[in-house]
Write a protein that binds this ligand. Structure first.
Ligand code: SF4
Ligand code: SF4
Length: 288
């Protein structure tokens, strides 16, 4: 089973929830993996220290234009859907903007003059850490200057073994990296805080997941903060709240020290265990 832990915006406690869920999963003896899919800013490693096992590069093919062989026919420019080719025929100028290139290969096919070849460019890494005998962490990380983290996220998800319970710490927002993370999961746990900003982003996430027809439910973090609007809206929508984590100075202190709440506090350990069991049971009875 694959479970994504997501939030419409950063700073809601998504990584706090995903690391604690992972911690209780390994504590309960499950064969599990936590994939840090927030490839532009992975931070699971700040809370869970594992032993590095391997690292794999993620690469993409980037076109290289040979100005000497180019006859400035403009075909590659026409074929490129991503505006990655800058073309000024009257000045005999053609140039690639690597950051915009999606490595689709269309320009290579288009050029009938042998003026375009391809080079390999490193765009990111997938690093595997062993956290416990039954638990691994996969960290996806983009290289600085890489336009899209999507291929790196996809490669990280592909590295999940078939018999593992997979928890995916999703990138914030609802853009392509989020879609790439949730498109193959069985369930999405949305972490939100009960504030007007939190509700606004929650609505966008829910709308996206409804369109994708992915079962989802909510964890309210920092409950007691803000107002009742989020609760009322979730009730209207028939979306279940699986856990509420109070706005508590002690929890914030534990988190800021990089400790696992589930490890140091038995009450929360049991609550996260229960949360995990509830999500796993969704397979039989979808929540929404
Ligand atoms: S590989 Fe695709 S995206 Fe990149 S420059 Fe060529 S046509 Fe454009
Ligand atoms: S298709 Fe080839 S020859 Fe034509 S402009 Fe592009 S690089 Fe030059």
């Amino acid at each position: 089973m694959k479970i994504a832990i997501a939030s419409g915006k950063g700073g809601t406690g998504k990584t706090f929830v995903s690391t604690n869920l992972f911690w209780v999963a390994q504590y309960a003896g499950k064969n599990c993996v936590l994939v840090d899919c927030d490839a532009e800013a992975p931070n699971v490693g700040e809370f869970l220290k594992g032993e590095k096992q391997s690292q794999e590069d993620v690469t993409q093919l980037i076109p290289v234009i040979n100005q000497d062989a180019c006859v400035f026919c403009g075909k590659c420019y026409e074929y490129c859907n991503y505006n990655a080719i800058f073309y000024l025929p009257e000045r005999k100028m053609i140039q690639l903007t690597e950051e915009l290139c999606h490595s689709c290969g269309a320009c290579v096919v288009a050029c009938k003059h042998g003026a375009i070849t391809e080079k390999v460019k490193k765009t990111g890494t997938i690093t595997k850490f062993q956290y416990a005998p039954n638990a691994t962490i996969l960290e996806t990380r983009t290289e600085i200057g890489t336009a899209s983290s999507v291929p790196i996220i996809k490669k990280g998800i592909k590295a999940i073994e078939p018999n593992q319970l997979a928890l995916l710490d999703a990138p914030p927002g609802i853009s392509c990296p989020f879609i790439a993370t949730v498109e193959s999961v069985d369930f999405v746990l949305l972490v939100t805080e009960p504030t007007p900003f939190g509700l606004n982003d929650l609505k966008l996430s829910v709308e996206t997941l409804q369109k994708m027809q992915i079962p989802h439910a909510v964890v309210i973090n920092r409950s007691g903060l803000g107002n009742q609007e989020s609760y009322n809206w979730l009730k209207e929508q028939g979306i279940e709240i699986l856990l509420e984590i109070p706005f508590d100075k002690e929890i914030a202190k534990i988190y800021s020290e990089g400790k696992m709440l589930s490890e140091v506090n038995e009450t929360y350990r049991n609550q996260f265990l229960l949360l995990l069991e509830k999500i796993i049971s969704v397979r039989k009875e979808p929540l929404s």
